[in-house]
Design a protein around this ligand. Structure first.
Ligand SMILES: Cc1cc2nc3c(=O)[nH]c(=O)nc-3n(C[C@H](O)[C@H](O)[C@H](O)COP(=O)(O)OP(=O)(O)OC[C@H]3O[C@@H](n4cnc5c(N)ncnc54)[C@H](O)[C@@H]3O)c2cc1C
Length: 378
């Protein structure tokens, strides 16, 4: 079988290449960034299920600086209702992990090199043509490459971007940075819902990674506050469960939206990861769904007769197999953002009851925790 082509060596593309190799399938990866490009400073929340995938690929033990989340505290500002999830209740060592995007991509880059997987760095894919027999990819430099299957894992910014089937502009932007609190985090994460949008504190080393969701019009103003003003504003916004906020790194912003593009079961091209679905970070679903896309696709390629890999039948099976997990994650995330980002009284009370039910009803707690860890089929 000729080698597969993967567009993008982000976490999802890299995991796909490694998982394909475990299935005995060769892949070549094309990455627009040069080999020595500095990865950006974003922080990722990885579910326990994603850790298991990285374990099976032999990369988990090589990652440095992953902080476990053993407890999650969920609340809403200005109303009753608190729910607490803990790893021990679902019998796992951690509900998830927080780690720098740069650490993960550096380890994956090394794993690709160690596995002898060909990665062409600094090669941007400019276009993809395909028919029922094969897909042909054109680089920005004008070279062409052909494969029975092209896996697009370009984060949704590249060559084969299609119109989303489901999209929503939340009019929200995330302000992200690291913050230090007066009290140590003890591996506990917070999700606090406010009418302006959710705010998450994720334990990250000896600090917290903050994801503060604000209306577009406010986010730039918040990000531009001086350190002292920012720390005060955050205390007013989030409250004092961790004591005062005492330090913050420089603030970055990124726009939040829902774009579900999915993949069609035709023409030897499949989209995975953020290229297929970009989600609001509220429930930490998007990135973990992307890793499951890569893992499941590789498994399916391994189970498919060599001359059928990339066929319409195989891609139909892939789309069918991923539907529940992906659309479940899209729906769950969208529900949380829309139901929690407002100050409508009946909804506020219903949310309070929902959080109370989650707190006192163990099967519901276990259901929510398992779906956050393993996805809709958890
Ligand atoms: C600005 C920003 C901040 C974010 N912050 C957070 C956060 O704080 N927490 C969180 O959980 N999630 C965050 N996310 C989401 C998270 O980064 C994604 O879920 C995750 O990175 C998806 O992985 P991926 O491999 O699908 O895509 P990406 O990580 O985007 O990787 C795509 C790769 O494809 C390459 N590429 C793109 N176009 C081409 C092309 N034409 N040819 C070749 N290669 C190409 C890119 O260079 C990149 O290496 C953020 C996303 C963005 C855009």
């Amino acid at each position: 079988m000729s080698e597969m082509l993967i567009v993008g060596a982000g976490p999802v593309g890299a995991v796909c290449a490694l998982a394909l190799q475990q299935q005995g399938i060769a892949a070549r990866v094309l990455e627009a960034q040069p080999l020595d490009a500095r990865a950006d400073t974003r922080t990722l929340a990885l579910s326990y299920g994603s850790r298991l995938i990285l374990d099976r690929l032999g990369v988990w033990d090589r990652i440095e600086g992953a902080t476990p989340i053993t407890r999650i505290h969920i609340s809403q500002r200005g109303a009753l209702g608190v729910a607490r999830l803990s790893a021990s209740e679902v019998q796992v060592s951690a509900l998830g992990y927080v780690l720098p995007y740069a650490s993960l991509t550096a380890v994956l880059k090394q794993a690709l090199a160690d596995a002898g997987i060909a990665v062409d760095y600094g090669v941007a894919v400019a276009g993809i043509e395909s028919d029922t027999a094969c897909a042909t990819l054109r680089t920005a430099a004008g070279d062409t490459l052909t494969a029975p299957l092209v896996v697009v894992a370009d984060g949704g910014r590249g060559a084969k971007a299609a119109d989303p089937k489901i999209s929503r502009d939340y009019d929200q932007t995330a302000v992200v940075c690291d913050v230090q609190t007066e009290l140590p985090h003890g591996d506990q994460a917070y999700e606090r819902f406010t009418p302006e949008g959710p705010a998450a504190l994720l334990p990250n080393g000896d600090r917290y990674a903050l994801v503060w969701t604000a209306a577009n019009a406010d986010a730039q103003r918040i990000a531009a506050l001086s350190d002292a003003e920012f720390l005060d504003a955050l205390y007013r916004h989030f409250g004092g469960r961790q004591g005062r906020f005492v330090a913050a790194s420089s603030r970055k912003t990124f726009p939040l939206k829902l774009a579900y593009t999915g993949s069609e079961a035709s023409d030897r091209v499949v989209r995975i990861g953020n290229a297929a679905q970009t989600l609001h970070p509220v429930a930490g679903q998007g990135f973990n769904i992307g890793l499951r896309d890569a893992w499941e696709l590789a498994g399916l390629c391994g189970d498919t007769p060599a001359d059928e890999v990339g066929s319409a039948d195989m891609l139909r099976a892939y789309v069918r197999g991923r539907r529940v997990d992906v659309l479940g994650g899209v729906g769950f995330t969208d529900f949380l953002v829309r139901v929690f980002s407002n100050d409508i009284a009946p909804l506020r009370h219903a949310r309070g009851l929902g959080l109370l039910a989650l707190e006192v009803f163990p099967p519901l707690k276990s259901f929510v925790a398992r779906r956050m860890i393993f996805g809709a089929r958890g």
